[in-house]
Design a protein around this ligand. Structure first.
Ligand code: NDP
Length: 327
């Protein structure tokens, strides 16, 4: 038996509990992992609270991320004792996930844990941090460089935003952090933000083209914020869009794209191919000092993941939540 958070169908919504699960009920897979740490991402909070139908099979163990050690393998890439990370691939949505002490997975989904990080630190990064890295990679490959100007990061105190600021700052960029939590200005400056922008400045409908301010943007909130960010991006700049914390809508015009040559990159972490994952983790290993993670992450025991999900949905959490699945 092993401990897990289990989501089942209830009469009025999902029924979620910390429970003991029989190892024989683990799903199909060619690699079994003893999970050390997991995390709580926005998507996990949606699954646990039932605020959005992200769970596609019941019962489900949530948790789109895990870090642990291989205990059984029939996959050519993995041996017993290997330190591995999993991010996405529908785990925690359609295949049992990381908020448990044990997981059985497809070995193709795993990446090696970089030696620079402990399992706990890898989960302080989690899908949020790995997505931030995918976004930085998108801007970098577009040709955005530190001498081109400031980069805007929205949803700045969130998991993606926090890691994005740290990565950009380490790579030499000047960063403007847009936040609704202006009381967290010191936190954002410590991560490397030079300017703090009040979230409200970007949250309402704006003009199709506005003063050119940003060489690049990493947007985690969507809706009017993304539209305004595109309208404020400099000629030839790029915007990496990965989130929808404000909304899934995109009430914009094509003006920034056809008159300023702005490029909008969509960033998906779930099905990103292995090469991109390895590049994103290599950037994290190179540019994210483990000490920075201590300031970003807070740790909770497995059972607390249920109540923490509500706080995350309310936007009340700063940075990242790491889950010790053995506590
Ligand atoms: P968090 O909940 O940690 O952070 C989201 C942040 O967005 C909040 O901290 C808050 O920051 C800001 N925010 C919240 N509500 C609003 C609002 N109504 N209007 C504007 N800003 C708001 O989430 P993550 O950082 O983990 O994820 C961010 C987004 O990215 C989510 O939508 C998530 O689903 C998405 N995502 C997408 C991935 C992909 O593969 N494309 C992978 C990972 C995440 P502040 O108070 O500083 O403004």
């Amino acid at each position: 038996m092993f401990a897990a958070i289990l989501i089942d169908r209830g009469d009025t919504g999902p029924r979620v509990a910390l429970t003991n699960v029989d190892e024989a009920t683990l799903p199909e897979g060619d690699v079994t992992v003893e999970v050390a740490y997991s995390t709580l991402n926005y998507k996990d909070a949606l699954a646990i609270t039932g605020k959005s139908p992200v769970v596609r099979a019941f019962p489900m163990v949530p948790g789109i991320d895990l870090a642990g050690v291989v205990t059984e393998s029939r996959h050519p890439d993995w041996s017993v004792g290997d330190d591995v990370i999993l991010n996405g691939w529908g785990v925690g949505e359609s295949h049992w996930g990381g908020l448990a002490q044990r997981a059985r997975l497809n070995g193709d989904w795993l990446v090696p844990r970089p030696a620079e990080f402990t399992a706990r630190q890898a989960m302080a990064i989690g899908t949020a941090g790995y997505t931030a890295s995918l976004c930085v990679e998108a801007l970098w490959h577009h040709g955005v460089r530190p001498d081109h100007g400031e980069i805007l990061v929205t949803g700045a105190t969130g998991g993606v935003g926090s890691v994005a600021i740290a990565l950009l700052s380490k790579a030499g960029f000047r960063v403007a952090a847009a936040t609704g939590k202006t009381t967290e200005t010191d936190y954002l400056r410590q991560l490397g933000a030079g300017t703090v922008v009040e979230r409200g400045e970007l949250a309402e409908r704006g003009k199709p083209l506005q003063k050119e301010r940003w060489a690049g943007v990493i947007d985690t909130v969507g809706s009017h914020t993304l539209a305004n960010a595109c309208a404020q991006t400099r000629y030839g700049g790029a915007v990496a869009a990965c989130g929808l914390a404000q909304g899934m809508d995109f009430p914009a015009t094509v003006a920034p794209f056809i008159l300023r040559g702005v490029t909008l990159f969509g960033v998906d972490s779930v099905l990103a191919p292995k090469r991109r994952r390895l590049d994103a983790w290599a950037r994290l290993a190179r540019d994210l000092a483990p000490a920075v993670l201590d300031g970003i992450a807070q740790e909770i025991p497995l059972g607390e993941a249920i109540s923490a999900a509500d706080r995350l949905i309310d936007g009340a959490v700063r940075g990242r939540i790491v889950v010790d699945v053995h506590r």
